[in-house]
Design a binder for this molecule. Sequence first.
Ligand code: SF4
Length: 290
Amino acid sequence: MLITNKLNLPKPFVSAVEREYEYKDKQYSVTTILKDVRETLLTRRHNDEIEQDVADMIWLIFGTAVHSVLENSKEENTEFKEEHFAEEVFDGYKLSGQADLFNAETKTVTDYKTCSAWKVVYDDWEDYRKQLLMYAWAFRKMGFEVEKGQIVAVIKDHSKTKAKVDNTYPQYPVYTKQFDFSIKDFEEIEKFILEKFKEIKKYENTEDTELPICSEEARWNDGDKYAVKKKGNKRALRVYDTLQEAEEHLKQDENLELEIRKGEDRKCLEYCSCCKFCNYYQENYGGKVE
Ligand code: SF4
């Protein structure tokens, strides 16, 4: 990855993000396989050409700083911290990762995260749950018993004022989320991992432009919306998620009209580091290969 420093920040900021990630053949990490195959493969193929500015990586530095402080503690006898693994999935392909803490006595795998308050407010943990479950799956393969997962999240944008007036808002700037893992959860995650690796194998030698487009969900696109308006008006009377619902409404009055509002790919536009090498991005948002 090529690191730029448009704000001319002091050298330690640059050094903090200048880590060389070495991709290993047939080895993919837990966080990588959570992405769709197009993003996974484009990021790996174009790693040396992808450009990122230090100023856009500040939250990454913040997350790393939180991890470094917590890593320095001495673990208990029944705990392992930062245990790196690379477990075989199939045909020589390996899943790699590193859980922050594993407690063999409580059979719990823990990961530290930094997140926004919205994650807690909306109880939106599926991505982190899946990540923990993959760590748990790997620990089980190594012969440990694992029954639970835990996220300890430091909330970056916590507001004490909001916490005082809203009891649905996280009351402290740190939040723990616990998960119990069942046998069914482990079966499902094993199926997910296997399918992901089969997909990677299938497309590893496919040209960039022929890779399957990331799903709407992976592009953080909430889908098109259908606005019903009085003819000539800008404001919608009502906005629907489906065309069918909007068409039902239109039947009520011939002075109504439909406006289709295209869903935006928020991930492609703001958060995908390989977007310049993605023809979907170029075709839809005018990106160009540099
Ligand atoms: S730009 Fe969008 S479609 Fe292309 S790889 Fe990134 S997330 Fe996927």
